[in-house]
Design a protein around this ligand. Structure first.
Ligand code: CAA
Length: 392
């Protein structure tokens, strides 16, 4: 009998500020319902000047280490598409900040928003080879688009950390997966740009095609039927995309995508993403945390997970929550991290967007702006220097 492998713990972090999309609608002169209803987004996380993907990642991962310790963690897989360095992995900073042993393999992974799902599968492989090991998987991103572009309404930021182990306490990662890769230029970010280039309509079409193709591969490999799942978690660049994707899947299977069916299958997965916005690699797992925090007991019932990373790579897989998982959730803390964000106006958001770290090697000490356990305290000699809260 093979040992079950999966998510032993899962923790969420997001940034310091929240901008209601009514603020952006006011600036853009559009009906706010385009964002609230048309995109299914109410607000977006905006990070403070002393936050980045590392501080969010460490904030999420710290919760896991506080509960489970560091024993057996020999690998950190950090998925992101908003990396802070072309060479050094963000995982190295997190390994240091949360006090993992030096005997750790620390790596960064990239394939747009798909990176987190790929890290989860790679982690399962490591644990399968040695079930004594536990792997820390982190997905952390800050989604930023050009000012006054259509994508700006879908910005956001969050990190999700997961401990992958044998005999997990949250959910078993099921073995059958469906895969799809196609060379599509729907969303990409050349090294010389801080914001992505995106063909919004093409990206939606590419995502929907990926749903269909990944599902067909999943079915061909003996996967479950649509009716077998207790829920459907999709990558959510904006929550309405989950509706479009699920409609495509249901129609592929000849099932009418009624509003009631979409609500029943998707609603609990969209609550956190609706407030946070797109968090790229983390978005699928934010949706999963939202599902766990807002559902009746799902123990023993599979949840379909669809990861889409522009460019594009997609994977359809599933997880099965285990008996007793609800005792290990962090529902109150997750809700607080979203509810406690400081609301900001469009004007404040613009001022934050105008701020940029030095590009020329100039040193800069950063004023305290956020209140999380870790912060970016300075840039010195082209290096980011992080501090824990007690070093402020
Ligand atoms: N009341 C209600 N709904 C309204 C409305 C109103 N007053 N006004 C407009 N709407 C609806 C529209 O009908 C539309 O809904 P449908 O798509 O269901 O028809 C919706 O609001 C959005 O309107 P537009 O399509 O006109 O919006 P837009 O062109 O300004 O931008 C977007 C939409 C293309 C998604 C843009 O936000 C974008 O480029 N986003 C970034 C790319 C993206 O998120 N792509 C998703 C797939 S790729 C992926 O998933 C990877 C990733 O993370 C990036």
């Amino acid at each position: 009998m093979t040992v079950p492998i999966g998510i032993h713990d899962i923790a969420l972090a997001t940034g310091h500020y929240a901008m209601d999309l009514a603020e952006l609608a006011r600036h853009n002169g559009v009906d706010v319902n385009k964002y609230y209803i048309g995109l299914g987004q109410t607000s977006q996380t905006v990070t403070a000047t002393d936050e980045d993907i590392v501080t969010m990642a460490a904030t999420a991962a710290r919760q896991i280490v506080a509960r489970h310790g560091v024993d057996g963690i020999r690998t950190v897989l950090f998925a992101t598409e908003t990396g802070i360095d072309q060479s050094k992995s963000a995982a190295v900073y997190v390994q240091d900040l949360i006090g993992l042993p030096a005997a750790t393999r620390s790596v960064e992974l990239k394939q747009a928003c798909y990176g987190g799902a790929s890290a989860l599968q790679l982690a399962a492989g490591i644990v399968a080879r040695d079930p004594e090991q536990r792997v820390l998987v982190i997905a952390s991103d800050i989604a930023t688009y050009d000012l006054d572009s259509g994508g700006e309404a879908t910005q956001g930021a969050a990190a999700v950390a997961m401990l992958v182990s044998a005999d997990p306490e949250i959910a078993v990662l099921d073995e059958t997966v469906g895969l799809y890769t196609a060379n599509v230029q729907d969303f990409w970010r050349p090294n010389y740009r801080s914001t992505p280039l995106v063909d919004g309509k093409l990206s939606i079409g590419a995502y929907l095609e990926a749903v269909e193709q990944a599902w067909k591969d999943y079915e061909a490999r003996g996967g479950s039927g649509v009716g077998d799942f207790a829920g459907f978690c999709y990558h959510q660049p904006f929550t309405k995309m989950a509706h479009k994707a699920h409609t495509r899947l249901l129609e592929l299977k000849g099932i009418e995508a009624t509003a009631a069916r979409l609500h029943a299958d998707l609603a609990p997965t969209t609550i956190y993403n609706r407030a946070i916005g797109n968090s790229y690699t983390a978005s699928l797992f934010v949706g999963f945390v939202s599902l766990l925090d807002h559902s009746d007991d799902l123990a023993g019932r599979s949840v379909a997970m669809f990861s889409y990373g522009s460019g594009c790579v997609a994977e359809l897989f599933s997880v099965t929550p285990v008996s007793g998982y609800r005792e290990h959730l962090r529902t109150a803390g997750n809700r607080a991290s979203i509810a406690d964000r400081e609301p900001i106006s469009y004007e404040r958001y613009r001022a934050l967007r105008d701020f940029a770290l030095p590009q020329d090697g100039t040193d800069l000490a950063l004023a305290v702006a956020s209140r999380g356990p870790f912060r970016l305290s300075s840039v010195s000699g082209h290096s980011r220097i992080y501090g824990a809260a007690h070093t402020r």
